[in-house]
Design a protein around this ligand. Structure first.
Ligand SMILES: NC(=O)c1ccc[n+]([C@@H]2O[C@H](COP(=O)([O-])OP(=O)(O)OC[C@H]3O[C@@H](n4cnc5c(N)ncnc54)[C@H](OP(=O)(O)O)[C@@H]3O)[C@@H](O)[C@H]2O)c1
Length: 317
């Protein structure tokens, strides 16, 4: 064998070993996830997987491949939004998937500029066209601004017509959520809010529980800010179980009955983030994680007038 053939052969053997290793891990994750996936029963009787896949900031040209990989790993719940500009790619992945439509749980969100009675219907129809769906599992008001009650009337009508299974909100602080629950016939099924070890939302969870609204977290890793993946407390807890910081964080939220939708563009990490149903954090672990809460957003406060102005300035057309 000459040097060139040797390099080619060893490279091929290496990639075969790597892909069979990845394949074994993927199968293991898929089996574990599928067998042990927990579902949250929403206040309208629908069931939502507690672990899903988020596609915020995934480029339109990349998202189809990512969602196809996520589905192949075992994810059945996908979280996108009108404002992520990648619904078409998500739709293409759903179309290509061999998984039955009723086994998937698809969420998209309505952006501020369309939050009123008439525009919300147009935005919904546009999202459904891009996603290539004839019904949606969960439609969320993305931000707590504009004509929330008008949009909610339209969303409630779409739910009654069966075009949406569940309707909910996102980034609602507790005061806004309580008002919304009291003054609407249909209560939000879900509130999707920032939650991670540095911003744990313990008080907010009590309010959500009181009103029967499911807690869904966004940025479960705080997008890695504040060196979250190297946090020594989380690392040490993970070492006891042979788990990574990411897995500890997801497990901690799942044990709190919080729906999680981690984002990654890497298949290895999709597998890692899906392998969280085979260990249980102890009370001592939970106490240590509770102590990490500094009750502050890693992003911004939705009540800050400058941020309200800033968010309202996007996608006005
Ligand atoms: N409603 C809202 O206003 C709102 C706001 C933000 C997000 N969301 C939703 O929530 C989802 C998740 O939040 P997010 O995307 O902001 O942040 P996130 O899930 O907290 O963090 C994503 C970051 O963590 C990295 N990562 C993922 N898994 C990892 C692992 N196992 N080890 C190391 N690094 C890992 C990713 O990098 P790589 O991709 O390079 O792996 C990416 O940089 C979004 O995709 C979106 O669907 C909603």
């Amino acid at each position: 064998m000459n040097r060139r053939e040797f390099i080619q052969n060893t490279a091929m053997a290496g990639s075969a070993i790597l892909s069979s290793h990845t394949f074994a891990k993927e199968n293991q994750a898929k089996n574990q996830g599928a067998n042990q996936m927990k579902y949250i029963e929403l206040n309208d009787g629908n069931k939502m997987p507690i672990l899903g896949y988020g596609v915020y900031a995934i480029k339109p040209e990349e998202v189809q491949k990512c969602v196809e990989e996520a589905i192949s790993v075992g994810y059945r719940s996908i979280d996108t939004a009108q404002a992520y500009f990648n619904e078409e790619g998500v739709g293409q992945a759903i179309k290509n998937s061999a998984v039955k439509r009723e086994e998937l749980f698809i969420t998209t969100k309505l952006w501020i500029s369309h939050v009123n009675e008439t525009e919300s219907l147009k935005a919904f129809d546009a999202s459904m066209k891009k996603l290539g769906l004839d019904y949606l599992d969960l439609y969320l008001i993305h931000q707590p601004y504009n004509d929330l009650y008008g949009a909610w009337r339209t969303m409630s009508k779409l739910k009654k017509e069966g075009r949406i299974k569940s309707i909910g909100v996102s980034n609602f602080n507790s005061d806004r959520l309580v008002d919304f629950c009291i003054n609407n016939e249909i209560k939000p099924a879900v509130n999707q809010i920032e939650c991670h070890p540095f911003f744990q939302k313990i008080e907010e969870q009590k309010v959500l529980d009181e009103y029967g609204v499911a807690f869904e977290s966004w940025a479960p890793f705080g997008e890695g800010r504040k060196d979250m993946f190297n946090n020594p407390v989380l690392k040490k807890i993970g070492e006891k179980y042979g788990k990574t910081v990411a897995q500890v964080i997801l497990r901690w939220q799942i044990q709190r009955n919080i729906i999680v939708i981690p984002k990654t563009v890497k298949k290895e990490r999709m597998i890692e983030n899906f392998s969280v149903f085979d260990f249980e954090l102890s009370n001592d672990d939970l106490t240590q994680i509770a102590a990490l809460d500094d009750k502050n957003s890693l992003f911004f406060d939705h009540r800050d007038p400058e941020k309200v102005k800033w968010l309202n300035s996007f996608h006005r057309k």
